[in-house]
Design a protein around this ligand. Structure first.
Ligand SMILES: [Zn+2]
Ligand SMILES: [Zn+2]
Length: 245
């Protein structure tokens, strides 16, 4: 299946229940997340539809250690020379082949519990170990793809990062900080729900027109306003929606 453009030079690659993203820029291709194990061939097909091969991948950013985001990394490392970037706190998991911390629990609510039991509880708990080349931390500007700002978003996974791409009015790659399958919502599972909600409030303080998710559809306009309505601090929320005062 061809990758779908979201804005110019940003594509979503559907890897079967999880999204990876591709940014095309002058300094090469940047892949954000790698899908489950055995996703490399699907990623190769997606690149092929755009006239590229796996050899054109220059960087891979892995948002967190879960099997649907880091599972394809080991194979991609054998088939590309891309450098791999990840947050300090999830690197030990990926390098030791652990996909998920045992503290991960269902978010309250019946729908969340059902999704958790049907998907997250059944997801692989192990990975083929892979090596991370570069440690990233909150506030860093990654030196490629026009400068991706790292926003540490612990809660779903302690080492999860979101990325803010300063193009097209700002594009947030939110990973699994939230989900947008049937509306913008909390993710169905967190290691620490309170910390996850704090991370969403931090994301809501940024400006971005577009938001993309590990699971679900992108929000393609006024995305930060949607985040602020749900998770903004009261002062920011009132500034964002003055007509509601
Ligand atoms: Zn996840
Ligand atoms: Zn996920």
């Amino acid at each position: 299946m061809s990758p779908t453009p979201i804005v110019p030079n940003l594509y979503v690659i559907d890897l079967g229940g999880v999204n990876a993203y591709l940014i095309v820029s002058a300094d090469g291709l940047t892949l954000i997340d790698t899908g489950y194990a055995r996703s490399a061939e699907r990623i190769a097909h997606a690149l092929g539809a755009l006239g590229y091969t796996l050899a054109d991948l220059a960087q891979i950013v892995v948002t967190h250690a879960h099997a649907d985001h880091a599972g394809g990394l080991a194979e991609l490392q054998t088939r590309t020379s891309a450098s791999v970037w990840m947050h300090l706190l999830d690197i030990p998991l990926v390098e030791s082949g652990v996909a998920m911390r045992p503290s991960t629990q269902s978010t309250p609510g019946l729908i969340n519990k059902i999704i958790y039991r049907l998907t997250i509880a059944r997801a692989p708990k192990t990975l083929t170990p892979a090596t991370i080349d570069h440690v990233v931390d909150d506030g860093a500007i990654l030196p490629f793809a026009g400068g991706l700002r790292v926003i540490h978003t612990p809660g779903h996974s302690a080492g999860q990062i979101a990325l803010l791409w300063p193009a097209h009015g700002g594009v947030l790659l939110a990973a699994d900080a939230a989900i947008n399958v049937v509306g913008l919502a909390l993710f169905p599972a967190y290691e620490n729900l309170l910390q996850g909600q704090e991370s969403l409030s931090r994301l809501a303080a940024h400006e971005f027109a577009v938001a993309c998710f590990g699971h679900g559809r992108p929000i393609t306009s006024a995305a930060a306003r949607r985040f602020r309505r749900k998770w903004g601090h009261p002062s920011r929320r009132s500034r964002a929606t003055p007509r509601n005062l």
